[in-house]
Design a protein around this ligand. Structure first.
Ligand SMILES: [Fe+2]
Length: 388
C-alpha cells in the first residue's frame, strides 16, 4: 500500500473576507470586536487624500490615526517608526493597508510592542517564539502579490545594510485578511505585472516544492489556474474588477500554500538580487522563474505537466516564459547585474537561502551561477534553453 508522505500545514489567519467595496466593513469589524482606537499603517501615497478621508469616515467610531510607510523595501527604522506610532496611539485595532511593504512593516512593528527587547531576539524563520499582542490586527492588501495578509512571515531590511531579516510566527498573522478588489483597480500595469508574477512564482514554487503536500497543493493549483487566466487580463484591462478579484484571491491562496510548502530556487535568487542589487522582488522572480523551472524540469514529473498545461507551454518553463512576455517582463539580468564578479556574488548569496532546501532539484553555487548566466538572455516567450 502506498503511504501518504508526512506533511505539516500551518495557517493562522482567523478569517478571510472578500467583497468588492469590502473596505466599508472595517467599521463593523471594529464594533464587532469592541475596539476603541484604530491605528492605520499604510503605504504613504494613500495618506493625505481620498483614501484617508474615506477611512476616517468608515472608522469614525474608533477615532483612526494614520502612519505612512515610505516607498522602499521596509527597514528596521521604518519598523521602529511604526512601532512608536502604534504605541503612542494606544491602539486596540491595527490596520495594515497597502502592498507587502506596509503589511510586513506593520506585522513586525506590532510584534515589537509585545516583545519589547532588541529586535534581534525575534529574528529568525525557525526557533523563535513571539508573545501575542492583544490588538485586533487586520490586513488589507491593495496589490495582488505578496499574500502577506495570510502568511506568518515578514521580511525587513536591517537599516544601513543589505541584510534581510526574516521574521516568522503565527502571532504575526492578521486576525482578519480583508480583500477588496476595488482597491487594486488603480494599480499601474507595471506593478500589476511584477506583483502578479511574484504571486505566480509563489504558486508554482509552492506546488513543486519538496515540502508540498495534500493541504498546500489545492491552494497552489487554484492560484496557478486563476493567475494563468486572469493576470494577463488584469494587466491589459486595469479596470476589470473580476480579473482584479481573481488575482487577489489567487495571491492569497498562493501565500497559504507557500506558508507551509515554502518556495524554491527562483526566490533564493530573487532574495540575493534584492539584497545585493535592489532588484524589485517581482522583477527578480520574473527574471529567474522560467530558467529555474527549466533547471528543475527533470524532477517535476506530473506536476510539471500540469504547470505546462495551465500556462500553455510544452514544458512548465516554456509556459512561464510565455506569461512573462505577455505581461511585459521578458527582461535581461544585465539590466540589474553587469559583471561576472557580481553574478558570482549573487550565486554565493542565493546558495545560502533556506528556500533551496525544498527546491525539487538540488542546486549549489555552480548550478546557480549557470542559471544566472542564462538569465542574461530574454526568452521572447519561448522555451528557455538550459543545458544543465
Ligand atoms: Fe515572493
Amino acid at each position: 500500500m502506498p503511504e501518504t508522505t508526512p506533511f505539516v500545514f500551518n495557517h493562522s489567519t482567523y478569517q478571510v473576507r472578500y467583497a468588492a467595496g469590502g473596505l466599508d466593513e472595517l467599521g463593523a469589524l471594529a464594533d464587532e470586536f469592541g475596539c476603541r482606537q484604530a491605528a492605520v499603517v499604510a503605504d504613504s501615497f494613500f495618506l493625505g487624500g481620498d483614501m484617508e478621508t474615506r477611512l476616517k469616515e468608515i472608522l469614525k467610531s474608533v477615532n483612526p490615526v494614520f502612519h505612512g510607510i515610505p516607498q522602499h523595501e521596509p527597514d528596521t527604522d521604518d519598523v521602529e517608526a511604526a512601532r512608536t506610532f502604534m504605541a503612542d496611539a494606544g491602539a486596540d485595532m491595527i490596520i495594515a493597508l497597502g502592498g507587502g511593504s506596509a503589511m510586513d512593516a506593520a506585522k513586525v512593528a506590532r510584534m515589537c510592542m509585545s516583545n519589547p527587547g532588541p529586535i534581534d531576539d525575534i529574528v529568525g524563520p525557525v526557533g523563535v517564539t513571539m508573545k501575542p499582542h492583544e490588538s485586533l490586527f487586520v490586513c488589507v492588501p491593495t496589490t495582488a502579490g505578496t499574500g502577506s495578509e495570510v502568511s506568518e512571515s515578514a521580511i525587513i531590511t536591517k537599516s544601513g545594510t543589505d541584510y534581510k531579516l526574516i521574521f516568522r510566527s503565527p502571532e504575526m498573522s492578521a486576525r482578519v485578511a480583508l480583500l477588496d478588489p476595488e482597491l487594486s483597480v488603480t494599480v499601474p500595469a507595471s506593478v500589476t505585472a511584477s506583483s502578479g508574477y511574484d504571486a505566480v512564482t509563489h504558486a508554482v514554487e509552492a506546488f513543486t516544492s519538496r515540502a508540498s503536500g495534500p493541504m498546500t497543493d489545492p491552494y497552489a493549483i487554484s492560484a496557478m489556474e486563476k493567475l494563468a487566466r486572469w493576470l494577463p487580463v488584469a494587466y491589459a484591462e486595469p479596470g476589470n474588477l473580476f480579473a482584479r478579484g481573481e488575482c487577489l484571491v489567487a495571491s492569497m491562496q498562493a501565500a497559504i500554500a507557500f506558508n507551509s510548502a515554502h518556495l524554491g530556487m527562483a526566490h533564493a535568487i530573487a532574495g540575493a538580487l534584492g539584497a545585493l542589487h535592489h532588484t524589485p522582488h517581482g522583477l527578480a522572480n520574473a527574471l529567474a522563474l522560467p530558467w529555474t523551472m527549466a533547471f528543475n524540469q527533470p524532477m517535476l514529473g506530473e506536476k510539471g505537466d500540469l504547470v505546462a498545461r495551465l500556462y500553455g507551454g510544452e514544458t512548465a518553463a516554456e509556459g512561464l516564459s510565455k506569461l512573462r512576455q505577455t505581461v511585459g517582463l521578458d527582461l535581461s539580468l544585465d539590466e540589474f547585474v553587469t559583471s561576472d564578479d557580481a553574478r558570482d556574488l549573487v550565486a554565493e548569496g542565493a546558495s545560502k537561502s533556506g528556500q533551496l532546501r525544498v527546491n525539487p532539484r538540488e542546486a549549489g553555487v555552480p548550478e546557480l551561477r549557470a542559471v544566472l548566466e542564462a538569465m542574461r538572455q530574454p526568452t521572447s516567450g519561448l522555451q528557455p534553453n538550459l543545458n544543465l
